[in-house]
Structure formats: C-alpha cells, structure tokens
Design a protein around this ligand. Structure first.
Ligand SMILES: [Zn+2]
Length: 206
C-alpha cells in the first residue's frame, strides 16, 4: 500500500492478505519539499515584481525548468524505491489511491502552487513511473478510490480522524481518532495505508 503524502514522499507498507503489516518504509520528503518551496517562492516573487505570469518569460523559464527536472528526478527515485521495496518483500500488488479527481485545498499563493505541483504533477508521475517499473518487475499496480482514506478511523470506522502536528497549527503529521480514541499519535500517512488496504479488500476480494 503506497500513500503519497505531504510529510513523506511516500509511506509504503507490505501486508499479508489479513492486512497484517510485514514491513514499512518511510520515504521522507521534508527536505525536498523545502527546496521545491524555495524555487516556487522565487517564481512568486518574480510574479509580484513583473505582474505577469512568469511561465513564458525567459528569465523565469530557467526556474520552471529546474522545478520540472527536480520533480522528474524525484518521481523516478520514489517510484524506484517503491518497486524495489515491493520486490524485496515478494509483494505481488502495489496499491495506490486514485488521485485523478483530487483537488488541492485552498491556501496561500505559493502554498497553492506548491500543492498543484506536488499533487498533480509529482503524484501522477510517481504512479505512472511506478506502473512502468512494476511491469518490468512482474508486480501489478492497482488504484483504489481515495474517498476518506485520511479521515476514516480504521478501528471504529467513523470519519473521526484529526490530523495535527505537535506544537504547530494546521499540521498534518500525526493522526488521532476523536471518536474511539484508540488511534493516537500515529503517522497520518501510515494510517492512510491502513485505509488503502481496506479499500483494496472491499473492491478486489469480494
Ligand atoms: Zn476510532
């Protein structure tokens, strides 16, 4: 089960047919996200100075190219890690959330740009590259509906998951259940893989 999160490039869990976790791999992404954010801030600053969309401007083209190359490099790296991890543990299927209908939430301008690139460009590319690499490794890739994967409590089934980061407002690093209270202080991205697995079972094992 592969969750492509904000805190991490991805959290990948290997599970048996009962859903028991056999192995976990976190691919931390905070450092790369900061680097991408710096590039984007430069673009936004250029936008402010010139009051034009810098995408077509020569002086900004270089920056956009850097971001694109960087995203491409990351997508190759992350997809390679996912497929190698699956192969190492003899996994036969890799499950992603289907992000085709995903829409980023509202935020500041650079935040929005960051999410746009982060979610639409990078995530889609990671899934495509993973499919390609998995094909060569003899591993199947499937996508399941992402509805509520980050909101549903895997223990009580309520849509009661709250995301937070200790000491920070609007953080989304950890997750807790406000209904049953049995889930607390777990990685939010890890929790999502729990729900991705449940969704996968519902669709493919019934
Ligand atoms: Zn609960």
């Amino acid at each position: 089960m592969a969750d492509l999160g904000l805190e991490h490039h991805a959290v990948v869990t290997v599970r048996d047919t009962e859903g028991r976790v056999l192995a976990v791999r976190f691919l931390p992404g905070a450092k790369d996200s900061r680097l991408r954010k710096r590039y984007l801030e430069k673009v936004v600053n250029l936008q402010k100075q010139t009051r034009v969309i810098p995408e077509g401007e020569t002086f900004a083209r270089d920056l956009w190219e850097k971001i694109t190359n960087f995203n491409d490099y990351l997508a190759h790296w992350v997809s390679r890690q996912i497929v190698d991890f699956a192969a190492l543990h003899g996994a036969k299927i890799i499950v992603f959330e289907n992000l085709r209908n995903f829409r980023p939430e509202k935020g500041t301008r650079s935040h929005r740009l960051n999410q746009k690139l982060g979610y639409w460009l990078r995530r889609g590319r990671i899934v495509r590259y993973t499919e390609y690499k998995a094909l060569h490794a003899g591993v199947l890739v499937v996508r399941v509906s992402p509805a509520n994967t980050s909101r549903r409590c895997p223990l009580c089934g309520e849509l009661s998951i709250e995301r937070y980061t200790p000491g920070r407002e609007n953080g989304n690093k950890l997750a807790r259940c406000t209904a049953c209270g049995k889930v607390k202080d777990v990685s939010a991205d890890f929790l999502a893989t729990e729900n991705i697995f449940d969704r996968f079972l519902c669709v493919y094992a019934s």
